[in-house]
Design a protein around this ligand. Structure first.
Ligand code: AGP
Length: 614
């Protein structure tokens, strides 16, 4: 998730673009850049790190006066956060500049084609290929919009592209596929942006672009077509939000926005990891394949929500690879003198990639000669840099301290790792892996179905907000969901909430159950041998003691509703895929309760987004 800004009009472009990038600061960035068109030439500045680094660069090396330009803040996917990988990317002759948000799935093929044409790449990014393709296309179709349309027809994946051509001053073109782009219509000036936050102070007249559309703007005109060049319908609208709401996409909290971003985050995490013949291709996995085949133990290390993702991953990885898989709290791992050898594969799960507990744990593991693969959401962070390999979740920046979209993206990344190991070790046939990958590919839509039916959670939150104690129950992969649901409620509403393995209830925790205690229960899909029936019995046990039972079960489960005070129905998926759906109502419930209590959902007391102390 990057930030993109474009401006053309009578005013100096640089300050408008830089302010626009700053207004999208919440989108996170590890580098920033700007290109302006002046006197028939492009002038570009770009720097790794925060926007302030680019501003310092601009002070040291000012750009020429210009009334047209594009800017970008990067959330790295392909290629680390360096000056060279920062956008804009320019063609070899510095005539064309492009900024990009998204993932070009077929960029490796395109890079190879361009390299064969003698193009020397200056970065490791997928985006640079577009700048070279566009420049080459201009020799065939001189119009910038026509050239961009031709290039877009060759691209696979998700992208927002914005481009300028030094030989066509006063014109900015852009394209979008499954990635945000909006036009701001001013008085004799035009804006392009990833979201309205960047130009809302200049104009509230906007045009939303649809899928597979190209827009060409000048100071006084907007022209929208499809990728074939056919005129497209234009959807103008008035922006009602204030700046704060605009940054949150109209949501009240970043956390709530990020709950609703989960389908996109899941889909982006899957993008580009399955090759045309259905094999998994984790190109970041630089661990020797022979070693992967010799691994005799897997140890997942993480903290908090990431640890809960690891607990879920354990079920899938052991089932698919038949390799013993332990899950360890990072803060405990190195103090228990763990058994780690050269044939141990350590998996470090960390959204921030900076959690000190996890970092110290993997350092210990590497001292014992274990191979380490990181599952991380932050490109170039310390933990992936100190690991042998990394699988990035492409969830985009997660601003809310309570982790939501990164949690479900972590599960998906762990499943990709498990299937990759099964593929490399031959413990699953290709067709079995393909059908599991197809199941994964269907998860974003099923997540969206859950998001579309969250309204009843508002009433439930209102009903339970006065309660002081909450119990969450689950079995199998439902047990880590119980733990995660409890953690979400704890960390933002400051209420006592506890997750238990449902089978443990009778060994003590059931003493906590008294009339009116809310008990959330995650019911496994039917047909899960006796697991399903045992959880139904657990619901009866707590119901018999007066608990309010909030039951999460698959649609059409004939028994789950019988003992439910409130039934939350989930789309039907195989057992291992239920966690990515069941957690969503629990995330939303926690967010709603904390909101009702008037707390700061995004920055709860005592907590930090990244815990960089042990
Ligand atoms: C989750 O809601 C919390 N913010 C916290 O438990 C977090 O998951 C944990 O600190 C690990 O952070 P990391 O993923 O950045 O390593």
């Amino acid at each position: 998730m990057c930030g993109i800004v474009g401006y053309v009009g009578p005013r100096p472009a640089q300050p408008i673009i830089i302010d626009g990038l700053r207004r999208m600061e919440y989108r996170g960035y590890d580098s920033a850049g700007i290109t302006v068109v002046a006197d028939g030439q492009l002038a570009a500045r770009k720097k790794a790190g925060k926007l302030a680094n680019l501003e310092a660069e601009l002070l040291a090396h000012p750009l020429p006066e210009s009334h047209q330009g594009i800017g970008h803040t990067r959330w790295a996917t392909h290629g680390g956060p360096t000056d060279a990988n920062a956008h804009p990317h320019l063609s070899a002759d510095d005539r064309v500049a492009v900024v990009h948000n998204g993932i070009i799935e077929n960029f490796a093929t395109l890079r190879a084609e361009l390299a064969a044409d003698g193009i020397e790449f200056r970065s490791q990014t997928d985006s640079e290929a577009v700048a070279h393709l566009l420049r080459r296309q201009l020799d065939v179709t001189p119009g910038l919009a026509d050239a961009l349309r031709a290039v877009c027809r060759r691209l696979e994946g998700a992208f927002t592209l914005v481009a300028v051509d030094a030989a066509q001053p006063g014109l900015i073109v852009a394209a979008r596929r499954s990635s945000p782009l909006v036009v701001g219509v001013g008085e004799g000036e035009m804006f392009l942006a990833s979201d309205v936050a960047s130009f809302i102070e200049h104009t509230r007249h906007a045009i939303e672009l649809g899928q597979d559309q190209v827009v060409a703007i000048t100071a006084g005109s907007v022209d929208v077509t499809d990728f074939a060049g056919r005129p497209a319908e234009v959807r103008p609208y008035e922006i009602e939000w204030d700046l704060s709401s605009a940054e949150k996409g109209g949501f009240d909290w970043f956390m709530r926005k990020e709950i609703f971003e989960q389908p996109h985050a899941a889909a982006d995490t899957l993008l580009g990891r399955i090759d045309p013949d259905g094999r998994l291709c984790l190109d970041e996995m630089r661990i020797d394949r022979a070693l992967l085949r010799s691994v005799d133990k897997i140890v997942i290390i993480a903290c908090g929500t990431a640890y809960h993702a690891g607990l879920i991953a354990k079920y899938a990885i052991e089932h698919w690879t038949r390799v013993p898989c332990e899950v360890e709290l990072a803060s405990e791992f190195r103090y228990r003198d763990p058994i780690v050898t050269r044939t141990t594969l350590v998996v470090a799960i960390s959204q921030s990639g900076e959690t000190m507990d996890t970092l110290m744990a993997i350092r210990h593991a590497r001292e014992q000669h274990a191979a380490v693969v990181a599952i991380c959401n932050t490109n170039g962070a310390t933990i992936p840099r100190e690991s042998d390999a990394v699988i990035y979740t492409h969830a985009g920046p997660e601003i809310g301290v309570a982790s939501t979209k990164c949690f479900t993206a972590q599960i998906i990344a762990c499943y990709l790792l498990g299937l990759y190991l099964a593929q490399e070790r031959g413990t699953k046939f290709g067709d079995e892996i393909l059908s599991l990958v197809e199941e994964l590919a269907g998860i974003p839509d099923k997540m969206q179905a859950v998001l579309d039916s969250l309204e009843p959670m508002k009433a439930l939150a209102l009903d339970l907000v006065a309660n002081k104690d909450f119990i969450f129950l689950g079995r199998h992969v439902g047990y880590p969901i119980a733990l995660e649901g409890a953690l979400k409620l704890k960390e933002i509403s400051y209420l006592h909430a506890e997750g238990f393995a449902a089978g443990e209830l009778k060994h003590g925790p059931i003493a906590l159950v008294e009339p009116g205690v809310p008990v959330f229960v995650v019911v496994p899909p039917q047909g899960r041998d006796s697991l399903h029936d045992k959880v139904i019995s657990n619901i009866q046990e707590v119901r018999a003691r007066g608990a309010k039972t909030i039951v999460l079960a698959e649609e059409g489960d004939p028994e789950a509703g019988a003992f439910a005070t409130k039934l939350i129905e989930l789309p039907v998926v195989p057992t291992l895929f239920q966690p990515m759906l069941a957690i969503i109502p629990l995330q939303y419930f926690a967010c709603e309760v904390a909101t009702l209590k008037g707390y700061d959902v995004d920055q709860p007391r005592n907590l930090a987004k990244s815990v960089t102390v042990e």
